[in-house]
Design a binder for this molecule. Structure first.
Ligand code: BTN
Length: 326
């Protein structure tokens, strides 16, 4: 996509880039470059054209178009097949439909707005337009179906690291909520199509509250956005590109062993539950203990008052001092 290439070149150069250089790098005519520059200006990019010096990128709007995302991606495969929808029902549903049609691993569906955004446990995911990130990554991992839930933790690590790159002190509430100042900024919903011993595909849907400045009353106590915490707007496309880059690296480590041993230390460093009291809402009965960390399968290790250790796989865990603790 030519527009994305022009944007990437202008951004990389950090200063003026001559028309001639742009033509040479893209292999197109000066008129073609001029047309692309004009299209970008119409989309809201601030591009200065100075005689004898060339073009310089002064400002980018907070757009989430294909060009804006593609021009920032620094991955080998994650997000390289990019599907952008201005409005959709749910990017998870879209990604599953793409998977059924044979879309490759790394296909990324991104939307500005979801009409039926889905959260975990059948909850809704509030998905207003123009300020957040809603995206789903399609994977076809060579692992067993019972290993797929670990991929949620791989994405949690990638998202938390990318948010931290923004200078925010983000942590992970096991298994996959990203939390800043005790409030949730990101949720992840993983879905899978599999046979007993074979995965057709996995889709990992991630919602990040980026520039949202208002939350409905029912979630205002427990949710926040990166903008509210940082006090300034964040370039969504860059954040998305950073998540993809980090995911690619963490996923490669996951595939080496098909467990979390390669990323466990990094994950535990950001694990907010670690060494803190937790209440495990186990269907067989609630109990309290202290979270010691995770094991290589991503289960939360909880030390009970009698000194025994439980590996928590499913049940919901609440954490003292963090949102959601009852
Ligand atoms: C949670 O409940 O914490 C998980 C929220 C997951 C939301 C994301 S937004 C992109 C993708 N599409 C959806 O419908 N849900 C996920």
């Amino acid at each position: 996509m030519r527009k994305a290439e022009v944007l990437a070149l202008l951004r990389e150069s950090g200063g003026y880039l001559s028309g001639q250089e742009l033509c040479g790098r893209l292999g197109v005519s000066r008129t073609a470059v001029w047309k692309i520059i004009n299209q970008l200006k119409e989309e809201g990019y601030g591009i200065e054209a100075a005689p004898n010096r060339g073009y310089r990128l002064l400002a980018s709007p907070d757009l989430l178009g294909e060009g804006e995302i593609a021009s920032r991606l620094r991955t080998k495969w994650a997000g390289r097949n990019l599907i952008f929808r201005q409005t959709t029902g749910s990017t998870n549903t879209d990604a599953k439909a793409e998977a059924e049609k044979g879309a490759p691993e790394g296909t990324l569906v991104v939307s500005e707005r979801q009409e039926t955004g889905r959260g975990r446990r059948g909850r809704q995911w509030f998905s207003p337009e123009g300020s957040n990130l809603y995206f789903t990554l399609l994977l076809r991992p060579a692992c067993a179906p019972d290993q797929a839930s670990m991929l949620t933790l791989v994405m949690a690590l990638a998202a938390a690291e990318a948010v931290r790159e923004q200078g925010l002190d983000a942590g992970i509430k096991w298994p996959n909520d990203i939390v800043v100042s005790g409030k949730k900024v990101c949720g992840i919903l993983t879905e899978m199509s599999a046979e007993p011993d074979f995965i057709h595909y996995v889709v990992i849907g991630t919602g990040i509250n980026v520039n949202q400045s208002f939350f409905p009353e029912e979630i205002a106590e427990t949710a926040t956005s990166l903008r509210l915490e940082k006090g300034e707007r964040i370039v969504r496309a860059q954040l998305l590109a950073d998540v993809m880059k980090r995911f690619e690296a963490a996923y490669a480590r996951f595939l080496e062993t098909r467990d979390l041993s390669g990323i466990r230390a990094d994950y535990e460093r950001l694990l907010l539950n670690k060494d803190r009291p937790v209440r495990v809402l186990d269907p067989k009965g609630e109990y309290e203990g202290t979270a010691a960390g995770i094991n290589d399968n991503g289960e939360l290790l909880v030390t009970r008052q009698d000194g025994s250790t439980e590996c928590v796989y499913a049940g919901e865990v609440s954490v003292r001092g963090i949102y959601g603790y009852v």
